[in-house]
Design a protein around this ligand. Structure first.
Ligand SMILES: *Cc1c(COP(=O)(O)O)cnc(C)c1O
Length: 397
């Protein structure tokens, strides 16, 4: 049975996306099997006892392990270059499980300031309640990353590229700072995926994903995953196994199918986004375009070294503030007006009144979220159709 084993470490990313982690049942199925079963049956009372005691490997109950989930975990671990991955019920469950498994009351997190909204809520509303403190620094404030640590700092946390203005953090540099403070670096790799950026190979200790986004790629399922070394992942697995935010086998199967085209999709998303960003830069109503693939972007050099392409998400600022931005959004006919991303369907959103609507004007200004800013997660439609969809609204400004 050609399982993922010895030689797979040498496979290219495309091969890993298609084949890593698959184990076939005795039926010899070509596509990965879904195991929609809550529990597993033992051959004898003795076998049951041994499995429960951990003396013999094997499945017991799908909150703990499930063969379809395990195939997804092994494929992601291979793609990210990590020793082990653990599937979770959502991207937020991945971040929650990492924090719950590796931290205790009195510990401290140093995080980049501009992170996913629910991650801020998790940190501020829930982790603080259990005695964990958090300091925030600017993504590229390397002195700040060093100065923010204290004797209790356990985790550093960041997202790169940042949302929605596409700033790039130097993962290698921040990993070195974290390690010099005796802390681990966690990178939320949702925007790039391992097809474009592999943080563990740059020195990060743990990667988290919302599989809901590009790993699925077609907007079907909610899920997540944590990747890292065996010791850390045993802790994360222990939390999930006992406390419950496990990944469903059906969703894991959908993600396995998504991963088969991940490399192709991320290349195509990146090509479409770069062409659209270049076109937007030439439009008279557009004051600024944020996309690290553009040579005009201040982080273009760093992004070129750290990533193999620049991803599907860009933002741009139009003349006329909020009215201008809303005119562009409301005159689209094809793009989906939604804050989601990581889908073959292009999505368009106004960050200042949606994802960043509840934060103060001052914090919005600091994050570069101007009233005229529009974020697009560029999908895989025909480029001329995407341009035409935006041109209608731009002409109204
Ligand atoms: C969507 C997202 C999450 C949360 O993932 P869910 O699957 O929605 O729980 C975390 N981080 C980033 C960067 C995201 O875009």
């Amino acid at each position: 049975m050609p399982d993922f084993d010895i030689d797979a470490q040498d496979w290219g990313l495309e091969t890993l996306g298609v084949r890593a982690g698959q184990t076939r049942s005795h039926e010899g199925e070509h596509s990965e099997a879904i195991y929609p079963t809550s529990s597993f049956v033992f051959a004898s009372a003795e076998e049951a006892a041994k499995r429960f005691a951990g003396e013999e490997p094997g499945n017991i109950y799908s909150r703990f392990t499930n063969p379809t989930v395990r195939m997804f975990e092994q494929r992601i671990a291979a793609l990210e270059g990590g020793e082990r991955a653990v599937g979770t019920a959502s991207g937020m469950a991945a971040i929650l499980s990492t924090c719950m498994a590796l931290m205790e009351a009195g510990d401290h997190i140093v995080s980049s300031r501009n992170i996913f909204g629910s991650t801020t809520t998790l940190f501020e509303k829930y982790l603080r309640k259990f005695g964990i403190s958090i300091s925030y620094v600017g993504l590229q404030d390397y002195q700040g990353w060093a100065d923010a640590a204290n004797d209790n700092t356990k985790l550093y946390f960041l997202e790169t590229p940042s949302n929605p203005v596409c700033e790039i953090a130097d993962i290698r540099k921040i990993a070195e700072i974290a390690h010099s403070k005796g802390a681990k670096l966690v990178v939320d790799n949702c925007f790039c995926t391992p097809a474009l950026q592999r943080p563990l190979l740059l020195g990060a200790d743990i990667v988290t994903h919302s599989a809901t986004k590009y790993l699925d790629g077609q907007g079907r399922c909610v899920g997540g995953v944590v990747v890292g070394n065996n010791d850390d992942m045993e802790q994360v697995f222990g939390f999930i196994r006992s406390c419950g935010p496990s990944l469903s086998p059906f969703n894991a199967w959908v993600f396995l199918k998504g991963l088969e085209t991940l490399n192709l999709r991320m290349k195509a998303h990146s090509e479409n986004a770069l062409t659209l960003a270049t076109w937007l830069e030439q439009q008279p109503q557009v004051e600024q375009v944020n996309y690290a693939g553009l040579e005009s972007h201040p982080d273009h050099q760093l992004a070129s070294q750290q990533q193999s392409a620049f991803g599907g998400v860009l933002s741009f600022k139009v003349r006329g503030g909020k009215e201008g931005a809303w005119a562009v959004i409301d005159n689209t006919q094809m793009m989906s007006i939604t804050a989601n991303l990581g889908d073959v369907k292009t999505t368009i959103t106004h960050p200042a009144t949606t994802t960043h609507g509840r934060i103060s004007q001052e914090d919005r200004d600091a994050a570069g979220v101007a009233d005229g800013l529009i974020r697009i997660a560029v999908g895989l439609e025909t480029l001329e159709d995407l341009k035409a969809d935006l041109a209608r609204g731009l002409a109204k400004i």
